[in-house]
Design a protein around this ligand. Structure first.
Ligand code: SF4
Length: 413
C-alpha cells in the first residue's frame, strides 16, 4: 500500500495525524508555503521529528515557496536546521532551493512539491535528473496520465487524494496578491477564490449588483474539495507511492477525520485477495467510508481531473462551503477512569451526547454525566479553550489519549 501522508500545520495536528494512522507527515519550516500555518523551526522541529520517529512515522519538511532574493540568505540556515532535525526529506518547488539543498545537504531526500506543476513524464524525468527522489504530480492529471507517467518515470510518485483545489494550477495564482496583497506563492493566500463577488459601478459606491454566473449565484472561483477515496484502488494499482492529504491550515478535527478514513480505506484494500486486483476499477470502497468523510464539513467533494477534464459540477457556485452536520467538541488529553480530561473546543453541557472517533472507523456514542474543572469543581458548562474532566454514563474502555469527540448538530442532546 502507498504511504499515507498527512498535513501537520502544528504540533497538535501532527499528534492527531499520527494518532489516526498517518505513515508520514509534512510540516512547514521557516520558508514553507503556508505562512499562517504553524511553522517548525529549531527545537520545535527537532521535537516534532523525534515524536514522529518514536512512533515509526516519517517527517518531510516543506521549503516549497518561490523564494525571493532577500530570503536566499536565510536558506542555508533553514537547510541546516532540517538536517539537524533528522527529518526524512525536504519538499521543494524552486530550483534555487533544490540547488541549495544539494549543495549543503546532499544526503537529504528531495521531494518535488505540487507547486512545480509536473504534468508529464518529460518534466518528471527532468527533475529526477536534478536529484529529486519523489515527485508530487500536479492535481490536474487524469488516472490515465498518472499511469503513463508511472511507466516512464523511475522516481517515487505522490498524488494528492484529498483537500482543497485551486482554480489556478495549485497555488500558482495571483488573485490573492492582487486583491489583498497576500501572496499565495509565498505561503500567504487569503483564499479570495472562496469569496462571494458583486459588481459596483464606480459612481455608485456601496450599491452592489449581484454577479451571476448562472442561477446558482456568485461564488465563481470556488472549486469543490478533491476527494479521490473511490479512486484509491485504481491509484494503488497504478503504482502510486504516496497518497497525500492537503490541509496544513485546517483544524485537527479535519486532519484526524480525513486521515482516519483514508487509513481505514488503505487497510481495507490491504486485506483484499490478490484476484481482486485483476480489475481494480471494480473494487468498491464501502459507502460508510464516504459517509464518515462527509461528516468533516467541506466545500463538497469532486474527483476533479482524475476522469478527465472536470465540468461545472466540480465548482461550488452557490455558497462558500457546505453546512456541517457534525461539530468538533473536544480532544482527549488524558484518561484516569472514570474521568476523561479533555481540551474543550465547543461548549459542553452535562446530558449531551457526544461521539468518540475511534481509530479505524469505529465510533462510540457517549452521554456526558458530569463535568468538573481541573480544580475539581462541578460545572454546568465547559467553555472552549478550557480543560475539563468529564464522566460518562457509559464505560470508557475504548477511549484513548489524543482521540477526538464530535457532536451531531441536529440532535444536541
Ligand atoms: S486564491 Fe484560491 S485559487 Fe488562488 S492560490 Fe489561493 S486558494 Fe488557490
Amino acid at each position: 500500500m502507498p504511504e499515507l501522508l498527512a498535513p501537520a500545520g502544528s504540533f497538535e495536528k501532527l499528534v492527531t495525524a499520527i494518532h489516526y494512522g498517518a505513515d508520514a507527515v509534512y510540516l512547514g519550516g521557516g520558508l514553507s508555503l503556508r505562512a499562517r500555518a504553524g511553522t517548525f523551526t529549531g527545537d520545535d522541529l527537532m521535537h516534532a521529528v523525534r515524536y514522529a520517529h518514536e512512533r515509526g512515522v516519517r517527517v518531510y519538511v516543506t521549503v516549497n515557496s518561490f523564494i525571493h532574493e532577500p530570503d536566499m540568505d536565510k536558506l542555508d540556515n533553514e537547510i541546516e536546521n532540517i538536517v539537524k532535525s533528522r527529518a526524512d526529506g525536504v519538499i521543494v518547488a524552486d530550483p534555487g532551493v533544490l540547488a541549495t539543498v544539494k549543495r549543503f545537504a546532499p544526503e537529504l531526500s528531495i521531494h518535488l512539491s505540487t507547486q512545480a506543476n509536473v504534468t508529464n513524464s518529460g518534466a518528471a524525468n527532468f527533475w529526477v535528473g536534478q536529484g529529486v527522489g519523489r515527485i508530487n504530480l500536479a492535481r490536474e492529471l487524469s488516472l490515465a496520465d498518472i499511469k503513463r507517467i508511472r511507466k516512464r518515470v523511475s522516481s517515487e510518485l505522490e498524488i494528492f487524494v484529498h483537500g482543497a483545489v485551486c482554480i489556478s494550477y495549485s497555488g500558482r495564482c495571483l488573485l490573492s496578491h492582487y486583491l489583498t496583497g497576500r501572496d499565495a506563492n509565498r505561503g500567504d493566500c487569503a483564499q479570495p477564490c472562496r469569496y462571494s463577488y458583486a459588481l459596483v459601478e464606480e459612481k455608485r459606491p456601496g450599491q452592489y449588483f449581484p454577479v451571476e454566473q448562472d442561477e446558482h449565484g456568485t461564488y465563481v472561483f470556488n472549486a469543490k474539495d478533491m476527494c479521490l477515496l473511490e479512486k484509491l484502488p485504481e491509484l494503488v494499482a497504478a503504482g502510486v507511492n504516496a497518497c497525500k492529504i492537503e490541509g496544513r491550515m485546517r483544524s485537527i478535527f479535519y486532519v484526524g477525520a480525513v486521515v482516519r478514513v483514508y487509513r481505514a480505506a488503505l487497510d481495507y484494500l490491504a486485506t483484499l485477495p490478490t484476484e481482486a486486483w485483476d480489475d481494480p476499477g471494480r473494487i468498491k470502497i464501502p459507502q460508510h467510508y464516504s459517509d464518515e468523510l462527509a461528516k468533516t464539513g467541506t466545500r463538497a467533494a469532486s474527483t476533479h481531473f482524475i476522469d478527465g477534464t472536470p465540468d461545472e459540477s466540480a465548482m461550488l457556485n452557490d455558497c462558500s462551503r457546505h453546512p456541517q452536520s457534525y461539530e468538533p467538541v473536544a480532544v482527549i488529553k488524558a484518561l484516569s477512569p472514570p474521568h476523561v480530561l479533555v481540551e474543550v473546543r465547543n461548549p459542553l453541557h452535562p446530558g449531551e451526547m457526544l461521539e468518540y472517533m475511534g481509530r479505524g472507523l469505529d465510533t462510540k456514542r457517549l452521554q456526558i454525566k458530569t463535568i468538573h474543572n481541573e480544580n475539581g469543581e462541578l460545572l454546568a458548562k465547559a467553555n472552549p479553550g478550557t480543560h475539563a474532566r468529564l464522566t460518562f454514563t457509559q464505560p470508557i474502555t475504548e477511549l484513548e489519549s489524543n482521540g477526538l469527540f464530535r457532536r451531531e448538530l441536529e440532535r444536541r442532546r
